[in-house]
Design a protein around this ligand. Structure first.
Ligand code: SF4
Ligand code: SF4
Length: 711
């Protein structure tokens, strides 16, 4: 629905924009004889015929630009419906971030360069519009004279200089220094755009200089510090002719820009802020796109996305908003360790397939290889399964994208198609799926052993479902916490801390099934729903309302994804509850050690759910030497286990867990702390593989807290 409104608005603009310009012309035909003492006569020295041609041309080209944009937007309409309504305040804030270039500025030097070009252009355009408004106003309302005019002139000259320096910087970056972001992505279009923008800026300054020369170089024009200086180069006898030629050149460059705006990468000036405004959604960050209940639905023809029409219209708009900045690629753990996955390429390839199969034809994204053709609208002509299976679902790409493109959703939608429609998934996942279906956990262990860890405790743990048992909290132990030897110790520590603090908790024991997270991230929505629906039935039957879990994947799935299937619970990560218990004085760390500790942020606790502080606060209570890794908090680097990668072999490139462990070890820490069973396993394997296990220990925050708080 929403995409149709965008297209309709653009179609309306095809008529409305030219009509507005022609109306301005009609209003402006009242002879403007107002020559302020300190100011300028608009269209002075320009013959009436040229003025008429100017207005008609701008009207025609504006209509053409709106038409070309509408065709582009029509291509987004090929996608499936997706609601992006409501949340207006957040949308406005995102729009402001986009229009002000704040998100681009976060990208360091190249962000400054882009902002110089963008803001230079916008201020010059607004200056021209202001001049036109002043021109149309009755004489008694005109405001561009005196000191206002002088300030206006100085500001416009300053921004023209900023604009041109930005363009020079961009040209040097693209053709001389050639950082990796542009090296393989430079096409003739990039040069044409730089020249076109430079022409607009330079002819603008030259027109101003010639006009000042025509006016006899009055002193008050010194505020136009560039134009005034250049005007001395133009002989006064030739000034009128030179001015008209330059004016025509400036207008011609601007009209060319109006056509280039929708047909080249310049379209980002519109599509990127639009995409940002449309990015807020009701669904929590960590939740995958909702699917119908597969256990009940009988009319589902396809699952996931393989052809253009199976992506949503917003996902197709994403491809037109990508600025090719490459920030997503630079933080992708798969890409940075030598896998074939490149999140920027995922967006460009989808955009390419969508553009090359569009009707009427539209140009593909600028970074793609023009020599490659596609013969159908299937993305798998350009995107390989190997790329998709390399993703750890860490969400680093989405987090850093300056224009809010959602890359991870697309990857997971394509995985859904590969797994359920094609049966095309890594061999190792086959046994994981089977274990989840047959044993209700990915380890393939007997459910009867779920609560075996309780044997190590010197107190009884209540079990929900047993006669008369109730509890304030359900302690959701998770599969790793139940079956993995290293993580069982974490479970024991957590239970001891909860007991010590007097928390009223119980477990499910064998009634607890895997949440289904690995199946869902691996595209097997069927197994996910099978497990999730059984769990929800159990939890709802037992009247569970509050859940504690030490696994961020369970935390995310129970809290963010179970509501899609009718399970609404208040879910806390154990770090959050433990921090609350410390704050209430129910757990008291005895002494701080001077062992150096660094914290590895689990992706599903941090980036997916925004919890960065609770684990750190706990660590500061147990050590006086807590240090950060270079990549931490939202910039944290994945351990390599997410996205069901825990259950797949890593055969290409450097192992992600080794890359991360090296970073942690380089901090000189004695302990690498984390708050996720899978991060724990990956990092612990990492220190062993690096031969650092004698010097460095990997520990969960609850084990650390228990060691320093309990006898
Ligand atoms: S989610 Fe992580 S692994 Fe997947 S593409 Fe994005 S950055 Fe790469
Ligand atoms: S998807 Fe976002 S981060 Fe990646 S290249 Fe495009 S704009 Fe940049």
């Amino acid at each position: 629905m929403q995409q149709r409104w965008i297209v309709r608005t653009l179609w309306a603009l095809v008529v409305v924009a030219p009509a507005g310009i022609l109306l301005a012309w009609w209003l402006g035909t009242v002879p403007d004889e107002h020559q302020p003492e300190v100011g300028r006569l608009v269209f002075g020295n320009i013959p009436d015929a040229l003025i008429a041609l100017f207005y008609v041309s701008v009207a025609v080209f504006l209509g053409l630009a709106a038409y070309l944009f509408a065709i582009r937007a029509k291509n987004w309409s090929r996608g499936a419906d997706e609601a992006r309504t409501g949340l207006w305040w957040r949308r406005l804030r995102e729009l402001e971030r986009g229009l002000s270039m704040r998100s681009v500025l976060e990208g360091g030097a190249s962000g400054v360069m882009h902002s110089m070009i963008y803001w230079g252009f916008i201020v010059l355009l607004l200056g021209t519009i202001t001049l036109e408004i002043d021109h149309l106003l009755p004489n008694n309302l005109k405001f561009l004279d005196g000191v206002v005019y002088q300030g206006y002139s100085a500001v416009l000259d300053a921004f023209a200089v900023i604009f041109l320096i930005g363009l020079l910087w961009a040209a040097l970056r693209r053709y001389v220094t050639k950082p990796w972001q542009v090296r393989s992505k430079t096409r003739p279009e990039d040069g044409v755009i730089l020249v076109l923008l430079a022409l607009i800026g330079m002819t603008g300054l030259a027109v101003e200089a010639a006009r000042i020369a025509v006016d006899g170089r009055p002193d008050f024009e010194t505020w136009s510090f560039v134009g005034y200086s250049l005007s001395s180069l133009i002989p006064s006898a030739d000034a009128a002719g030179v001015h008209q030629v330059l004016w025509i050149s400036h207008v011609a460059a601007f009209l060319t820009f109006l056509v280039a705006l929708p047909t080249t990468k310049l379209r980002h000036m519109i599509t990127s802020p639009l995409n940002m405004a449309l990015s807020p959604r009701e669904r929590p960050r960590g939740a995958m796109r909702e699917m119908p209940n597969l256990m009940e639905a009988t009319d589902i023809e396809t699952i996931g996305a393989s052809v253009v029409a199976e992506f949503t219209w917003k996902q197709l708009l994403d491809t037109d908003a990508c600025t090719l900045c490459g920030r997503c690629t630079s933080v992708c753990p798969a890409n940075q360790t030598g896998k074939s996955l490149d999140p920027r390429e995922i967006i460009l390839k989808l955009g390419e397939v969508a553009a090359r199969t569009a009707s009427p034809a539209i140009s593909p994204p600028v970074g793609v290889d023009a020599a490659i053709t596609v013969t159908s609208d299937s993305v798998f002509e350009r995107i390989t399964a190997e790329e998709l299976w390399a993703c750890t679902s860490c969400r680093a790409c989405d987090e850093i994208c300056p224009v809010d493109i959602e890359i991870l959703d697309k990857i997971l939608d394509m995985r859904r198609y590969l797994t359920l429609m094609e049966g095309d998934f890594p061999q190792e996942l086959g046994s994981t799926f089977l274990s989840m279906e047959n044993s209700s956990n990915p380890y393939g262990m007997s459910q009867s052993g779920r609560a075996k860890w309780t044997d190590e405790l010197d107190f009884e743990v209540k079990r929900l479902g047993e006669p008369g048992v109730t509890a304030e909290y359900l302690y959701w132990v998770g599969c790793a916490g139940s079956f993995d030897d290293r993580n069982r110790k974490v479970t024991v520590s957590t239970a001891r801390l909860l007991h010590e603090a007097g928390v009223d908790f119980a477990i499910l024991g064998p009634m607890e099934l895997c949440t289904g997270d690995p199946a869902r991230r691996a595209g097997n929505e069927y197994v996910f729903q099978q497990l999730a629906l059984q769990n929800i039935e159990t939890l709802n039957d037992l009247g569970v309302t509050k859940v504690i879990t030490q696994c961020p994947h369970c935390f995310n799935t129970l809290g963010n994804e179970y509501p899609q299937l009718g399970g609404e619970y208040e879910v806390m990560h154990h770090s959050q509850l433990l921090m609350d218990l410390v704050a209430e004085g129910r757990i008291t760390p005895k002494n701080k050690s001077d062992q150096r500790i660094t914290f590895h942020d689990p992706c599903f606790l941090g980036r997916h759910n925004g919890e960065f502080d609770a684990p750190r606060k706990l660590l500061e209570l147990v050590s006086s030497d807590v240090v950060e890794m270079p990549r931490s908090r939202d910039d944290s680097f994945c351990c390599g286990a997410g996205g069901a990668r825990m259950w797949m072999e890593e055969q290409t490139g450097k192992k992600i867990n080794i890359e991360r462990t090296e970073e942690a070890v380089a901090t000189g820490s004695d302990i690498i702390a984390t708050g996720c069973p899978f991060c724990f396993i990956m990092l612990d394997d990492g220190v062993k593989e690096l031969g650092e296990d004698e010097q460095v220990q990997v520990m969960d925050i609850s084990t650390l807290l228990a060691e320093r708080s309990l006898d």
